[in-house]
Design a binder for this molecule. Structure first.
Ligand code: NAD
Length: 359
């Protein structure tokens, strides 16, 4: 039984679906692992030492493949070469991409669609990757802010802690709060979901209530898209608090929709000189929470620096791949029944059914 890992379709994405340390548990299940020759954040020799085969030949790679693991989507060149009914697992882009995979008679599982329930936590790549993005955002702030994050008392006087505002307290936002606090910054955060307040406060940050929004929770525990009126009320509120902060980390998303617009270019002129704005919502190249940020770019406007994340986990490719691969191992244990040596049908498990975009 063959598992294959093709090269990433997005060249900026430096993560890999499996790290060398994930290989032994797959070979113990009887799988043979093949990689397409590409740059990975680990030594190729450490894969080869575990028996992984490397090839430049896509046809060789795809021949008899039973399972394809990827970080992002899969190229049509690879899809064309796959045997019928190969299982594909990756961040495939959700239901909107289903047609692409159906045409090739594959069984595709989009990891974005995994229900966020307790049983699924071990397979939850959205959470493992978002947590690292929260860390990345704080590191960006710390390295570009013209001041230190913690309070420091010296003979020359006292420096007070930097003030960071986190917009969106999901997995990434909460990790940014925790990390920022560990580095000594004072953090405030806001979210449209009322439940987020307790989580923010448990991390020692201040929760800012958004006036004019009762509870922005929609289906599946995710935030709903705000009405135009609510969106305006949120922007008006942010205008009043922005001048108090040295940095803003934007991590607000609406599942399956566009990122909400929280900061406009005009609002940037309200910021203190030297303010750093890190927009995580641009991380896949889409529009962010600030209409001025651009994916993959650091842009200055007046005295404000804005950073638009673009595949930010390429900077942390080792850690991101270690967590991603561990999530995949948990999913493979669900997908492949080691006792019966059979694949589990998506109809037999609600998690697989929710992720399967082709049946
Ligand atoms: P996400 O990436 O979809 O969104 C990030 C955050 O942005 C969310 O907290 C959302 O409420 C917030 N947001 C959206 N619009 C906003 C706006 N206009 N202003 C401010 N904030 C806004 O979310 P996520 O990090 O993937 O988490 C989504 C949900 O899943 C949360 O309820 C989280 O607690 C839950 N979750 C559950 C588990 C589990 O195992 N039970 C695991 C992970 C996440």
């Amino acid at each position: 039984m063959k598992i294959i890992v093709p090269a990433n379709t997005v060249v900026q994405d430096k993560r890999v679906a499996l790290a060398p340390e994930h290989i032994p548990s797959l070979t113990a299940l009887g799988f043979e692992i093949w990689f397409e020759n590409c740059t990975v954040p680990f030594s190729v020799d450490s894969y080869k030492a575990q028996g992984v085969k490397w090839t430049d030949d896509k046809a060789d790679l795809c021949r008899d493949a039973a399972l394809l693991l990827s970080v992002g989507g899969v190229s049509s060149e690879i899809l064309n070469l796959l045997p019928r009914h190969t299982r594909i697992v990756g961040l495939l882009g959700g239901k909107t991409q289903a047609e692409l995979y159906k045409d090739f008679f594959t069984q595709a599982y989009a990891l974005e669609l995994l229900p966020r329930i307790s049983r699924a936590q071990f397979m939850d790549v959205l959470s493992s990757q978002a947590a690292l993005m929260g860390y990345w955002a704080v590191i960006q702030v710390a390295s570009r802010l013209p001041r230190i994050l913690p309070m420091m008392t010296t003979a020359a006087g006292t420096l007070f802690p930097a003030q960071i505002l986190v917009l969106g307290a999901g997995v990434a936002g909460l990790q940014a709060i925790g990390m920022g606090r560990r580095l000594g910054a004072k953090i405030s955060a806001c979210d449209v979901r009322a439940k987020a307040q307790e989580q923010v406060e448990s991390l020692g940050a201040k929760f800012l209530h958004l006036p004019g929004i009762q509870d922005g929770e929609g289906s599946g525990g995710y935030a709903r898209a705000l009405t135009v009126q609510e969106q305006r009320a949120q922007q008006e509120f942010l205008k009043t608090v922005l001048p108090s902060y040295n940095a803003v980390i934007c991590s607000a998303l609406v599942h399956g929709g566009d990122a909400p617009l929280l900061l406009t270019k005009e609002m940037l002129s309200l910021c203190q000189p030297g303010t750093v704005i890190v927009d995580l919502a641009t991380h896949l190249g889409a529009l962010g929470n600030c209409d001025f940020t651009q994916a993959g770019k650091g842009i200055r406007f007046e005295e404000v620096t804005t950073i638009g994340a673009f595949y930010p986990l390429s900077d942390l490719a080792v850690s991101a791949s270690l967590l991603y691969g561990k999530n995949l191992l948990a999913l493979i244990n669900l997908l492949w029944n080691a006792k019966t040596k059979c694949w589990t049908s998506p109809k037999d498990d609600p998690l697989l059914e929710a992720m399967c975009i082709t049946e």
